[in-house]
Design a protein around this ligand. Structure first.
Ligand code: AMP
Length: 445
């Protein structure tokens, strides 16, 4: 084989970390068909992603010339890991004396059972990108050429299901992020979290007709597929499922998921049938992708509660991950519908987070009466003439069940969660949601 330039990532957080890295490099240099060209400097960083409590990593990148086939290079790396006493990992991300990753292999893209090149998470890891830059690699150009710059787009439901089941058969951990597109940083935070926690990330972009009422904004809902694909590429999404309604609901489709009385309060009361549509599409996506984890935003807290309940009741064996609300610098929760706001309504919409914060401040000052706390938020909203309140409620943390009047619960989940929806009159009316825990420490859990 013609020699190719190969970059390997090296990391160690057990034993004499620097010595382990140098030993691994010496071992690589002794393999026929491999030549070590250079090693970057060593830099320290904490564990990336989730794992047991452990010390920081020392990382470096080695540039090699290799005339080995990629599978043989991988076998060499694994043999060196074994030789340097790396036990088979009992848990994911356990501490290790040495970890060797094939980052880049010439300009190849490889997606085999045991080897994915470019390494799927390399572009988001500073302990990989910085040493690569130090070695003179134009990381941004490379990411554009080889990275997730163009994630695979799938339209057909059966093709999507078969790609996901192939991942599952390979033992990969699959994360699913359902969205309606017009992606913003809130969505991207879900993709990035899924990227950190899973081996493969599937995003779905589907403006689901079942969850829109007859007088709602289905036809006008913002759509920007090229922009969305770029965002997905930038955040390391592997596959973007963009079905047409007929792919999701083929002719004859008539089964829906009913989600109980609680789903008829708040959003469900204002938008009858909304959560039936949400639960039906999400159940269908869970059945197609069979993910290990599915990511949702706390921004739509009632939706998360409904989906948790549905997944439990129907027995989907997956973890629902609730991600914190991403806001702009003024506190406005990011939403695809913010695109409808004119300048004046955008300013007025800040009243939502301001009202929730005012109630939270009263809670921090010792106010514990449900209705007194609601009144604080209510007064703030009433002072904004452009806001027309749909509902303002204080609900139990977690399942968002109702709280009785009087003093709030104490214990592990003290206080409660305030949920608000309001319409903002302007050039065009825009309906926005927000919610916040009274206990700032519980935000983002
Ligand atoms: P949507 O496209 O509006 O259906 O949203 C798709 C997912 O992104 C849902 O789980 C939302 O809760 C989540 N999401 C939307 N806005 C935000 C935000 N500002 N912060 C975090 N997650 C969000």
């Amino acid at each position: 084989m013609q020699p190719e330039t190969v970059y390997l990532g090296l990391g160690a957080n057990e034993g004499d970390r620097a010595a382990n890295i140098h030993r691994a490099v010496e071992r690589l240099a002794s393999v026929p068909g491999l030549m070590v060209v250079r090693l970057s400097s060593l830099r320290e960083s904490p564990l990336w992603g989730e794992g047991p409590e452990q010390g920081p990593y020392l990382n470096a990148v080695a540039e090699l010339r290799s005339s080995l086939p990629p599978a043989a290079l991988l076998a060499v790396c694994q043999a060196i890991e074994r030789e340097l006493l790396r036990r088979p990992a009992a848990v994911r991300n356990a501490p290790r004396p040495i970890d060797l990753d094939v980052l880049l292999h010439g300009e190849r893209r490889i997606d085999d059972k045991d080897l994915t090149v470019p390494h799927p998470r390399m572009f988001e890891r500073p302990f990989v990108t910085e040493p690569l830059r130090e070695l003179g690699v134009d990381v941004d150009a490379l990411q554009h050429r080889l990275g997730g710059a163009t994630p695979r787009q799938i339209v057909g439901a059966s093709e999507f299901a078969s790609v996901c089941s192939e991942w599952l058969e390979r033992g990969l951990r699959v994360g699913l992020v359902p969205t309606m597109g017009a992606l913003h940083e809130g969505h991207c935070s879900l993709f990035e979290r899924a990227r950190r926690e899973c081996d493969r990330v599937a995003a779905t972009i589907f403006v689901n007709p079942l969850q829109f009422g007859p007088n709602e904004d289905l036809a006008a809902y913002p759509r920007d597929l090229p922009g969305d694909l770029r965002q997905c590429g930038r955040t390391g999404v592997d596959v973007v499922f963009t079905p047409h309604p007929a792919d999701m609901y083929p002719a004859g489709f008539c089964s829906t998921v009913e989600v109980g009385a609680e789903a008829e309060t708040m959003e469900g009361a204002v938008r009858p049938g909304h959560f039936r549509g949400v639960a039906t599409v999400v159940a269908r996506l869970f059945a197609l992708a069979r993910p290990h984890r599915a990511y949702f935003g706390q921004k739509d807290a009632q939706q998360v509660a409904v989906i948790r309940r549905m997944a439990l009741d129907l027995g989907f064996p997956l973890q629902i991950v609730e991600c914190p609300t991403v806001r702009d610098e003024h506190g406005l929760a990011l939403s695809s519908r913010n695109a409808y706001l004119d300048d004046e309504s955008r300013r007025a919409a800040l009243v939502l987070s301001a009202a929730l914060r005012a109630a939270r401040a009263a809670f921090a000052d010792g106010e514990r009466d449900r209705d007194a706390l609601l009144a604080v938020a209510q007064q703030t909203i009433a002072a904004e003439p452009r806001a027309e309140l749909d509902y303002l409620e204080l609900r139990r943390e977690g399942d968002l069940g109702p709280l009785p009047a009087g003093p709030l619960p104490t214990g592990p989940l003290p206080g409660g969660r305030l949920l608000v929806a309001a319409r903002f009159v302007g050039m065009r009316p825009v309906r926005l949601l927000d919610n916040m825990s009274l206990d700032a420490a519980l935000e983002g859990t």
